[in-house]
Design a protein around this ligand. Structure first.
Ligand code: GYE
Length: 328
């Protein structure tokens, strides 16, 4: 051992000893202490907003998992705006965070900022929505559901329920977002092969209850009794649509079949009440997987580019038994 190294080793030993002493002295900062002199990591989380029950559940999952692991989490709410997410990422670079969790509102426009983050040496974990970039070394991994498959599952259920005939209206998610693009794609792929089924209207309801209701009201005004079914890209819009259907004097769940995606508690309650017919689960409980990924990346591991979350489908025949098990 060269002298300089020996001094270094001695200093480290002294520092470790001091740490042990200080741990014994105070019990206040339990979370930060963990293990032998492990450093508390700081993670920046750029969240889209709070448009749906799904989104709130995701925020809660990431916040509580950070707390469980003693991670210092810097949370930023973008209020649905990509420009706010870009600003948040720049702020995270300035704060020299150890890693970034990004739930990107839309798919495109991320390359320049992700390059800045990469130059700063900060790994990015994408959660729930993907991005369109030409270079996938701009992020460490994406943890998300397969939205195309979710759209297919909803469509296949509907085709069977309607015996391959009927007019469908579609309430789409946020324009340009991965789930809106892919849930449309998967659903259309199946319906396009059904000569007896037509999507007569399709418009964004921005993943919110209020907008879902407003757009459904307009659909009902324009198409009236021609509407046999609604496909909503998330439960919140489906619940808004259910209100619009009721206010128009029709019965959701029987007169108008309603299918959606997410599997939030309110959707299960609506299925038990007979108003929603089916939901495809999309888990927002991504906190544990996100922090596992961060720990692995910081330990120097290379992660698979895509970790797919598995989804199940529920309808009125299975909703009641499942309701007590729902965690979001
Ligand atoms: O389905 C919807 C939301 O990105 C998968 O975003 C997520 C979607 C979710 O607000 O409710």
């Amino acid at each position: 051992m060269r002298p300089l190294h020996r001094i270094g080793a001695l200093c480290m030993f002294a520092a470790a000893a001091m740490l042990v002493v200080s741990c014994q002295d105070s019990e206040q900062d339990d979370a930060a202490v963990g293990g032998d002199a492990e450093k508390t990591i700081t993670v920046g989380f750029s969240q889209i907003g709070a448009e749906s029950a799904w989104r709130t559940a995701e925020t809660e999952s990431i916040r509580s998992e950070a707390a469980n692991r003693g991670v210092n989490l810097k949370f930023s709410d973008a209020q649905q705006k990509q420009e706010n997410q870009i600003k948040a990422l720049r702020a995270f670079i300035a704060q020299q965070v150890d890693a970034i969790i990004l739930a990107p509102v839309v798919e495109t426009g991320w390359e320049p900022i992700l390059r800045e983050v990469r130059s700063a040496g900060i790994p990015v974990i994408l959660v729930d929505r993907g991005v369109n970039v030409s270079d996938d070394s701009l992020f460490a991994t994406l943890i998300a559901s397969d939205f195309v498959e979710e759209g297919r599952m909803a469509a296949m259920w509907l085709v069977e329920k309607m015996d391959g005939t009927g007019n469908v209206v579609e309430l789409k998610g946020t324009t340009g977002s991965a789930p809106a693009i892919d849930r449309e794609k998967g659903f259309h792929e199946i319906l396009d092969a059904q000569p007896g089924m037509t999507i007569i209207k399709s418009q964004t309801g921005e993943f919110t209850r209020a907008k879902g209701k407003e757009v459904m009201e307009a659909f009902l005004k324009a198409e009236g009794d021609r509407i046999d079914a609604v496909y909503a890209h998330n439960d919140d819009m489906a619940i808004g649509a259910i209100q619009a259907i009721e206010e128009a004097g029709r019965t959701p769940g029987t007169d108008v079949i309603v299918v959606s995606i997410d599997g939030v508690r309110a959707a299960f309650e609506a299925m038990v009440a007979g108003k929603l017919n089916c939901t495809v689960e999309c888990s927002p409980l991504l906190g544990p997987a996100a922090f596992d990924a961060i720990e692995a990346v910081l330990a120097g591991e290379t992660l698979p580019k895509n970790t797919v979350v598995n989804d199940r489908i529920f309808d009125q025949s299975t909703a009641e038994a499942e309701l007590p098990n729902r965690r979001y």
